[in-house]
Design a protein around this ligand. Structure first.
Ligand code: HEM
Length: 253
């Protein structure tokens, strides 16, 4: 193995190396979530804004942009999970050798919660990708933008996708679990990076709670408001009227 390979392996095998990987990939994933939530909120500006945004995402850098971004996201996601599992195993092994005679010793409650809420995230992402990214429902997959039938109607798909109350309930439960994971993850992240001390603990806790609440409200507002019919597909606006142009006299009189 060459020098670089040995250095990378040494980094991966050390506990601090793995913690850094969990922290850095965690920051990347939170960055994705904030960007994804802001992008989703364009739904409140209407069909044109959301569909323009989705069209841009799928076509920037001649369509390569989204794939580069997806590869980065998958690598971050896989590294985040593998490094976490490996750290948990390492800690468990260290703990069981330290407490070889104490059968009652268990992993701390918070880290067990992190594993379960993390698994919910994986389940949610798989469902969500099949719901909106590669929709298995042909009705959602084939929706065309009524103002430009050459492109996908992401706006219509999201609203139609939240017409089923069970789907809405699933999103509410899964995203709420996911937010508990995020809240705990954000404060652990500061600790890993050596930024959490007695002095900063309070502020860091508040940052974690604030980021989590903003994401929770931002994401869940869409399925919730759709399910109570506040957010609905209003059809195609009359472009001329929308831009304040005088309405033509259709009778010609
Ligand atoms: C209820 C709130 C959410 C809505 C309305 C929503 C909407 C969407 C839509 C419409 C797409 C497909 C975009 C397209 O292909 O044009 C998408 C993709 C995606 N969403 Fe969400 N999303 C929500 C929450 C989340 C959450 C909480 C996560 C992460 C845990 C997430 C992760 C993803 C991922 C990974 C993709 C695939 C991105 C890609 O195409 O590469 N979404 N979402």
């Amino acid at each position: 193995m060459n020098v670089l390979g040995k250095a990378l392996l040494g980094f991966w095998e050390s506990s601090i190396g793995k913690k850094l990987i969990v922290a850095v990939t965690g920051i990347m994933l939170v960055g994705f979530l904030v960007a994804h939530m802001v992008g989703n909120l364009l739904i409140y500006q209407g069909r044109e804004s959301l569909n323009d945004y989705a069209y841009f995402l799928h076509h920037f850098l001649h369509g390569w942009g989204i794939w580069l971004f997806r590869i980065g996201l998958i690598v971050a996601f896989v590294l985040h999970i593998t490094a976490t599992i490996s750290l948990v195993r390492q800690n468990r092994a260290a703990r069981s050798s330290r407490y070889a005679f104490d059968a009652t010793v268990q992993a701390p409650r918070s880290s067990r919660m992190m594993i379960w809420s993390g698994l919910t995230v994986v389940g949610f992402v798989i469902f969500h990708l099949l719901h909106f990214t590669v929709p298995v429902d042909p009705e959602l997959a084939n929706m065309k933008d009524p103002m430009d039938p050459s492109r996908h109607d992401v706006y219509g798909m999201v609203i139609e996708g939240f017409q089923n109350p069970l789907v809405v309930l699933f999103y509410i439960v899964a995203i709420s679990f996911f937010c508990t994971h995020l809240n705990h993850g954000i404060s652990s992240l500061f600790q890993t990076l050596g930024l959490r001390s007695e002095k900063t603990r309070g502020v860091i806790g508040k940052i974690g709670v604030a980021v989590t609440i903003v994401l929770w409200l931002g994401f869940l507002s869409i399925p919730f408001l759709t399910s109570v019919n506040v957010l609905k597909d209003e059809g195609v606006p009359d472009k001329a009227a929308a831009h304040g142009a005088p309405v033509e006299n259709v009778t010609g009189s």
